[in-house]
Design a protein around this ligand. Structure first.
Ligand code: MF3
Ligand code: CO
Ligand code: CO
Length: 290
């Protein structure tokens, strides 16, 4: 790419005024093969327009999570929550990304207690006092995806459940705090996992976070366990989720999914998850969807 060409990021700026220095910095760094350090591919670097697109999608997604959080009460069935999310997103011009995604039948995922993730909302799943649940929502607006999930507790829950929900949130926050430009993704992976294990919990490794933006799931894969200073280099313009799934018992999940989706803990133990979509900036990470 010549200095005076239009930059590869699609900004319509000249390369010399856009990603030239960035490319030189990526090229100039040392990558340890032994530590599995890799360069980010160009197609996962977002320009200003892309970031504004994801931001706008996230406004709907954040609002939808705020809306549905008011509806979480004993006696409510999860299909009613799903329908409210569908209406909220569609009435604002968005599309619920989960709906019809690889055949997924509903607009959002609602995962109770021993369900790790991808719980399918249903009339027959009725919230009751003591339940903990995750509501995971992804919105598409003008082709841009924003993905986030939160935990909720119905009435009074057991002290163990409460601790699991709190520690899982801390895992996500510590992971996000470790997300910095020109550092490696292993810092994020390790920050999440170490906190979970220090609290006597286990990290689900069957699924993880992901790049997000122009697609639902793209590079990089974001594990929630790992070694600092390993994996992909984080650079400004990267957007990915941090979404630790933490179990109170063993980390294994049931591979035998009767409905093709619902992921449960193999030992029946409680599991929790929180998710945010973050943007790597020049100075750290900015949360876009929460
Ligand atoms: N929102 C989930 C994630 O965080 C993906 C759900 S896919 C579905 O990546 F099909 F199960 F909805
Ligand atoms: Co999600
Ligand atoms: Co996600």
């Amino acid at each position: 790419m010549d200095r005076n060409d239009n930059c590869w990021c699609g900004s319509r700026k000249k390369y010399k005024n856009c990603h030239l220095k960035f490319d030189e910095k990526i090229k100039g760094m040392k990558y340890s093969w032994l530590l599995g350090q890799t360069k980010p591919p160009r197609h996962i670097i977002n320009n200003e327009k892309d970031i504004e697109g994801i931001r706008a999608s996230a406004v709907i997604n954040n609002g939808c999570l705020d809306m549905v959080s008011e509806m979480v009460k004993a006696g409510v069935d999860t299909e009613t929550l799903d329908q409210a999310c569908y209406d909220y997103i569609v009435s604002r011009g968005g599309i619920p990304a989960c709906l019809n995604y690889q055949g997924y039948p509903k607009s959002v995922c609602i995962s109770l207690n021993n369900v790790v993730c991808h719980g399918i909302p249903s009339k027959s799943t009725i919230l009751k006092e003591g339940d903990i649940l995750n509501i995971d929502i992804t919105t598409i607006l003008d082709g841009y995806y924003a993905d986030a999930s939160r935990m909720f507790m119905v009435g009074r829950v057991s002290p163990e459940a409460e601790k699991l929900v709190r520690v899982t949130r801390e895992c996500m926050e510590l992971g996000i705090a470790a997300a910095k430009p020109w550092h490696f993704l292993g810092d994020v992976n390790a920050a999440c996992g170490n906190h979970a294990m220090a609290n006597g919990f286990s990290v689900v490794t069957a699924l993880g976070g992901h790049g997000v933006g122009k697609h639902f799931h793209m590079e990089p894969y974001v594990a929630h366990i790992g070694e600092p200073n390993t994996g992909m280099l984080m650079v400004p313009g990267m957007v990915f989720t941090v979404e630790p799934m933490i179990s109170a018992g063993r980390p294994e999940v049931d591979e035998d999914r009767k409905d093709g989706w619902t992921v449960t803990t193999k030992d029946g133990s409680l599991s929790a998850q929180w998710e945010k979509t973050i943007l790597i900036t020049e100075s750290g990470a900015e949360v876009l969807a929460w």
